[in-house]
Write a protein that binds this ligand. Structure first.
Ligand code: ADP
Ligand code: MG
Length: 322
């Protein structure tokens, strides 16, 4: 029902940045190689995500907006080996229940479809474009849930949250060409040439990127790669610390700490390095079904992973000082 969708929207869609995150994750799951994000008025007016992914067959379009309808998991056991970013089937119905949604999609084989949904009700469904891919335009977010609107922060803050999410998604997927445009101004563009350094340069600037050093480490359980800044080049915010597990960016206090531990006593109190740490591990050791926003995950060998991250960073920095 629309009401239960609105309730679950409270968990999935907190703010414009969550809409961006869910839509872009869907585009990534659809194997897109190009994803363009266009935002107006910090997402308070509209958020549009255009991809060149697999699209949705027109007879499946309405289903995609039904709660718990996911095409990504068919078996309960799949939950223990989730590879896709989405799997709960809640995002689209949640978003559509509290906004105006206009989706155009095509699988490139048959005639595409356009669907418009207003506050959870389908108001239009008709044949559309043939180009393979999907575009989703979300406007008037929270128009029917004024309490939610009240909890939003100043537009500049909402925009910085959007930017932060897109940055992390781009860092998690250097093989995808991303662009983020706000009120006609381009904030980020990545090439999609699978070059992590280029993505870092696009986000943190060329100068910072040139002062970062590559880290690499591998043991039977984990593979670590990424870039870290020298202890001198630090920021007063945790925002510049990105941890990616199996191409999914996560927020984990323990792993952030493992990174900082790797610096030993070299970091000043309250200063944080600019870091991107990307970890590859057996997906069965990772439980992503912890929280609807999927940023928290449970890792089976977390202590071992923490130690390995610290060690890898420590060794990298020691070599630098030779
Ligand atoms: P989930 O991602 O958890 O499966 P969503 O509500 O986010 O649930 O999306 C529902 C379904 O709609 C997805 O399982 C997928 O089949 C389809 N879908 C959504 N967005 C896209 C897209 N950009 N490209 C292709 N399919 C999509
Ligand atoms: Mg999804």
């Amino acid at each position: 029902t629309i009401l239960s969708d609105q309730i679950s929207a409270g968990e999935v869609v907190e703010r414009p940045a969550s809409v961006v995150k869910e839509l872009v994750e869907n585009s990534i799951d659809a194997n897109s190689t190009k994803i363009d994000i266009v935002v107006a008025e910090s997402g308070l007016k509209s958020v549009e995500v255009v991809d060149n992914g697999s699209g949705i067959a027109s007879n499946q379009v309405e289903l995609a907006f039904r709660r718990f309808a996911t095409s990504k998991i068919s078996d309960k056991r799949d939950l223990f080996r989730v590879r896709s970013l989405g799997f709960r089937g809640e995002a689209l119905p949640s978003i559509a229940s509290v906004s105006d949604v206009d989706m155009k999609t095509s699988d490139g084989k048959k005639q595409g479809a356009e669907i418009q949904i207003h506050g959870g009700k389908v108001v239009k469904m008709e044949p559309s474009q043939a180009r393979r891919g999907t575009s989703v335009l979300v406007s008037d977010l929270f128009f029917n849930t004024p309490n939610r609107l009240k909890y939003l922060k100043a537009p500049a803050t909402e925009l910085s949250k959007i930017s932060d999410i897109v940055n992390r998604l781009a860092l998690s997927h250097p093989e995808i060409a991303f662009s983020l445009t706000h009120n006609g101004r381009e904030l980020l563009r990545t090439s999609g040439r699978n070059n992590m350094q280029q993505v870092i340069a696009g986000i943190y600037g060329n100068r910072n990127m040139k002062q970062m050093i590559a880290i690499k480490g591998e043991n039977p359980d984990f593979k670590i790669s990424g870039y870290i800044s020298l202890p001198e080049l630090t920021r007063a915010s945790r925002k510049y610390t990105s941890v990616i597990v199996n191409e999914r960016f996560i927020r984990d206090f323990g792993l952030d700490h493992a990174i900082i531990d790797g610096y030993g006593s070299k970091l000043m109190v309250g200063r944080y390095p600019i870091v991107v740490v990307s970890i590859t591990m057996d997906p069965s050791l990772v439980d992503v079904n912890v929280h609807p926003s999927k940023e928290e995950i449970r890792i089976s060998k977390k202590k071992e992973l923490s130690t390995f991250i610290s060690q890898t960073i420590y060794e990298t920095l020691s070599k630098q000082n030779l």
